[in-house]
Design a protein around this ligand. Structure first.
Ligand SMILES: Cc1cc2nc3c(=O)[nH]c(=O)nc-3n(C[C@H](O)[C@H](O)[C@H](O)COP(=O)(O)OP(=O)(O)OC[C@H]3O[C@@H](n4cnc5c(N)ncnc54)[C@H](O)[C@@H]3O)c2cc1C
Length: 518
């Protein structure tokens, strides 16, 4: 086995000159770094803060099939989305994705014609799946559920007047930030220099000035091309791009708030036709509820904050669909992300976010914005194609549609590894790192000298995170501080009370990893 490459915080070891500099390590920038490196180009990819600092960690964590575009007649985008979903779930990241059953309850507020429309839409979605050649073993066909079947899958749904539900399937990520970290590690394995805590303070098509955010040191790197994947901050890197972000908010609930929920539920927004709030059970037992779409005018903040009005709205919609009373105190966390919408001067922003755009500035910087997490691979391919053509680079063809991300394996193999795992901690690492789980444990053991039972134990009674993954975050994934570990390498930070309890474990992991490097 070759030694896996490491992601480095700050400027240490940054090359003096490369073929491609990538600005930003959200899902788009990480995807661009992997695409370019796998075509044989030399790559430097940097993030001002951290992997998945921006929008990419605040998504709904769904791998969408493009149903809503089909509904609005945008067949091309819908097909692209379904194809990319299939690639992620079947080839590149089976370890980080899972089929998610979703139900639309046929409650009294959903009229019979609306129910028929919903069914038709889900069957349309299945046509998309088939056109994308995704197997029905990966995403089963939709079907109508009886009221009794619906209650079994979602026992806390309101049952008065419930006629059943329509069951469909979509993809769900283990975690969006984990996907980004995995793409970035795969890029590093392919030779890309990947640096966190490194800000691009100035860029032309042939040179970037970088600042180490940890030390304040600066340097200049020569390059043949620059790809700007800075999301909602893309307009700070080049002058001629204007964005008009919109904010999407999610709530975090504990699993026992709506016990027994095995499916995602589309909760209808009372008084509105065909608008829903999604109730999404997560692989770690929590439940997310989202999402809103609010214009976010003014300067782009480093981290967007949900408002109490958005929180109240989401809670009220869910409370109307479920029999359990929901209170503000059930909301143990809330997070908001900004959609990187291009400002085209047109008033309608509704669907722009999902269309991606590749734009070349007069300085030669190629910007990639918009799109969505699901289509990151295709966005990266288009951006690298444009940059290669613009700079006249010699590069191989795009390989990423058939290039598994590090740790990937078939679903049966992954299921076998989870089955054979001796502790819940080990099983968790298989879920988050696939067949790289052993690499995580071996590296953490080598770095700390600690026994496996200590490395694989949950860091707290109610927090399943392990010391092994925290140490690996520092030694291999460019984490430099407690926030990197708790807010991005793991997602403990989504629940502030848990985060407080996890700080000592994160500090310990940092100390152990730093001591190992001395
Ligand atoms: C609420 C919400 C829910 C969503 N849900 C889904 C979903 O379920 N499924 C789906 O497919 N899509 C979803 N999306 C869309 C998807 O999340 C985004 O399209 C995607 O994450 C954007 O990624 P990005 O890499 O382009 O931007 P970002 O993730 O924001 O990355 C940009 C990066 O650039 C860095 N940066 C900025 N300036 C500089 C600089 N000067 N130097 C160096 N680095 C810099 C930032 O630190 C940041 O890390 C959702 C979006 C929102 C807002």
């Amino acid at each position: 086995m070759t030694t896996p490459s490491r992601i480095t915080p700050g400027l240490a070891g940054v090359p003096e000159s490369v073929d491609v500099v990538v600005v930003g390590l959200g899902v788009t920038g990480a995807g661009v770094a992997l695409d370019a490196a796998s075509r044989g180009l030399s790559v430097l990819a940097v993030d001002a803060f951290d992997l998945a600092w921006g929008t990419s960690r605040f998504s709904s964590k769904l791998v969408h099939g493009g149903l809503r575009y089909l509904a609005s007649g945008q067949v091309g985008i819908a097909h692209e989305s379904a194809v990319e979903r299939g690639i992620l779930m079947e080839t590149t990241a089976p370890h980080l994705t899972r089929p998610l059953p979703t139900i639309v309850p046929l409650a009294p507020g959903v009229t019979r014609p609306m129910g028929a429309l919903t069914r038709a839409a889900l069957f349309g979605g299945d046509l998309l799946r088939r056109a994308a050649r995704t197997s029905a073993d990966t995403l089963p066909k939709p079907r109508r559920l009886t009221a009794a079947e619906t209650r079994r899958l979602a026992p806390t749904l309101r049952t008065d007047g419930l006629r059943g539900a329509v069951l469909g399937w979509d993809g769900q990520l283990e975690d969006d930030a984990r996907l980004v970290a995995t793409i970035a590690r795969t890029a590093a394995d392919r030779g890309a220099a990947v640096h966190t805590h490194t800000r691009v303070v100035a860029a032309t098509g042939t040179e970037v000035t970088l600042r180490d955010q940890l030390t304040g040191a600066t340097t200049t790197v020569r390059t043949r091309t620059v790809i700007n994947a800075a999301g909602v901050w893309a307009g700070d890197v080049v002058d001629d791009i204007r964005l008009r972000p919109s904010r999407g908010t999610h709530l975090v609930l504990r699993g026992d708030t709506l016990p027994g929920l095995d499916v995602a539920v589309f909760a209808p927004i009372p008084g509105q036709r065909n608008r829903f709030v999604l109730v999404l059970p997560q692989p770690d037992g929590q439940i997310y509820v989202g999402l809103t779409d609010e214009p976010a005018a003014g300067p782009v903040p480093d981290v967007a904050e949900p408002t109490e009005v958005e929180i109240g709205f989401l809670l009220d919609v869910v409370a109307a669909s479920f029999s359990r009373p929901l209170r503000r105190s059930d909301v143990v966390g809330a997070f908001a992300g900004l959609r990187p919408l291009l400002d085209t001067g047109d008033d309608s922003t509704a669907d722009l976010s999902r269309k991606h755009a590749v734009l070349t500035s007069p300085t030669g910087v190629v910007t990639i914005v918009g799109g969505k997490l699901t289509t990151y691979r295709r966005m990266a391919e288009d951006a690298v194609d444009a940059a290669v053509a613009h700079a006249g680079l010699r590069a191989g063809p795009c390989l990423t549609a058939t290039l598994p991300l590090t740790g990937a394996a078939s679903r049966p193999r992954l299921a076998e590894l989870v089955e054979r795992a001796e502790t819940p901690g080990h099983a968790r690492l298989v879920r988050r790192f696939g067949v790289d789980a052993d690499l995580v444990i071996d590296s953490a053991r080598a770095a700390t000298g600690l026994p496996d039972d200590e490395l694989l134990a949950p860091i707290d009674e109610t927090i399943p995170v392990t010391l092994a993954e925290l140490v690996f975050g520092v030694t291999h994934e460019g984490a430099a501080d407690v926030a990197d570990l708790l807010d991005r390498r793991t997602r403990v930070g989504l629940v502030p009370a848990d985060r407080l309890r996890a700080v000592p474990a994160a500090e310990r992991a940092l100390e152990l990893a730093v001591a190992a490097n001395r």
